[in-house]
Design a protein around this ligand. Sequence first.
Ligand code: SF4
Length: 399
Amino acid sequence: MYPDRVVSGMRPTGALHLGHYHGALKNWVKLQSELPCLFFVADWHALTTHYDDPSIIETSTWEMVIDWLAAGVDPSQSTLFIQSRVPEHAELHLLLSMATPLGWLERVPTYKDQQEKLADRDLATYGFLGYPLLQAADVLIYRASQVPVGEDQIPHIEMMREISRRFNHLYGKEKGFEEKAREAVKKLGSKRSKLYQELRTKFQEQGDDEALAQAKAMLDDAQNLSMIDRERLFGYLEGSRKLILTEPQALLTEASRLPGLDGAKMSKSYGNAIALREDKDTVIKKVRTMPTDPQRVRRTDAGDPGKCPVWQFHLVYSDDATRQWVDKGCRSAGIGCLECKQPVIDAILREQQPMLERAQQYIDDPSLVRAIIADGCDNARKLAQDTMRDVREAMGLGY
Ligand code: SF4
């Protein structure tokens, strides 16, 4: 019913590293040529955990946008913007909060998990509890169809879908809806309206999801429908309400995971990260001093790549031939660890070279970055305002 659209954000809480690149950014670059994408700096989300020291947010915001551009995110293909510059996100968050049961937020698995992990910060705050709801507003406000996420974020998407469903159920009522929907069915033409009715019955009586998908695809193709009739027909398929907000799907990212230099999760705060735009000498030094298989004390000791963090880097960066060379050489003590690390160093430097080149123009002229963001904020705001018009009207605030 609404066009396919991808929305994703990142919190500006420090410089991006290669873990971010392989875990998310590379996927953004791929997605932008497939679907319309909106990528945003989630500065309000950064405040949920950094409210007592927000000084890091401003610098990180601009540095992060340069990192995105350096990685190949292309402003002529996707919309880049800053969350707080589109205040409609906050308005939708507030309106959604009126009808969101507290239990839904308390049950989000990352809530307790993060509180425990970040035990040094006081996260018993309203903002922190509400952040999955703000996330829902970030996505629903663009009627996004897809959200790229890792496994751990799936419960958040599930909750977004429930929030959207609940909203449509509560506020999608319309006087004379059934009659208007039946009139709209007729406008499909006799053949299509018959098929629509059959598929609707199949879904409503037998829960046939395929019939639902087929009916939706048919509505997508129907040219002669007004926006409002289309909304009614989508809503009528599933019940007796208009669909004001959509239900986004999780787009599971098949990203290669790049661990930190010590094999743990790559994170700046663990001191095991290589920055996306790290200088050459530091990259070389960091990889050369990476820990290896602890059993391999001397050059003559055989090692096991499975117990070595360098191997994880080979899995991301090396081809089959190099991996075979590592495996054989390590197990037979045929190669030394520094020798083994060299192809990784070369690959990282090769990967970073175009990023450093792309970043340079933005470092030299920060007004370019400001202009990209200003344009992106304008575009995002227009879309957000369209949704908010419908949301306010549905909630009786259209005066
Ligand atoms: S040879 Fe390579 S894989 Fe084996 S222990 Fe050394 S660095 Fe690790």
